[in-house]
Design a binder for this molecule. Sequence first.
Ligand code: ZN
Length: 283
Amino acid sequence: MAQPKGLLPSLVERLRRWLGHPGLSVPPEIPDPLWNKTLAGLPCLHDLGQGERQGLRQLSARFLADKEFHGAQGLVISDAIALSIAAQACLPLLHLGADGLDWYDDFVGIVVHPDEVLAPREAVDAAGVLHRWQEPLIGEAMAGGPVMLAWSRVKGGRQATTQGHNLVIHEFAHKFDLRGKPASAAADGCPPLPADFMGLGRMAAQQRWQQAWSTAYQRFGEQLALSERFGEPAPWLDAYAAEAPAEFFACSCEAYWVARARYAREFPELAPLLDAFFRRPPR
Ligand SMILES: [Zn+2]
């Protein structure tokens, strides 16, 4: 929840109050100066058309009303921080219609740390030995749980956009992936596909999706291995994508949303699938 600054309630507080009063049909507006500053600070939004910007603004207001932000380690959640995260999280929802926000309805909390955090991890190896270590985390999304983000890594500039990086979209892509899966299941890069996906029946659509993604994932891993072992050019996309099919999907979604033209050149077989999944109209 945003900390109130001075006597005036923050934008996030006003939006949450509006949500508690169904009689008020029009949500509080995101003030022009705050919205314009948010757009200016996010290069990934600079190519949006006027209608898309308006749609994103409305989605962001609704998102801010629905979600609860928590600042960790002393970080105070300002309206600017909350709106920056909201706008990036809502970008993939832009063409999904009135119920697009349903993709994010399995959680309320968004925990924002100032910087990366060290998460304790443990695992038992094949010999039965327990290993404990600390893993640096800049973001995390779990089924039915909050999304964690490191604010220092959310503030991606133009360079991050050119490279196809966007931490917020990455973590929220995991939410797409996890939707409809049991709480115990892990993300696997296969989100539920909309009915009539690419004009295919349900089974054919799933087959098309899985075949294209597994082929591309394998090829990406091979290209990455060649670059690491033999100095060949590294493939364009975060190397973290090679960790697992779920990470390949999440890294693809961030690259697709912030640098679609480059993504489509690098992954021509996957871009049409993401176009269809996110119902993004041809430009
Ligand atoms: Zn991830």
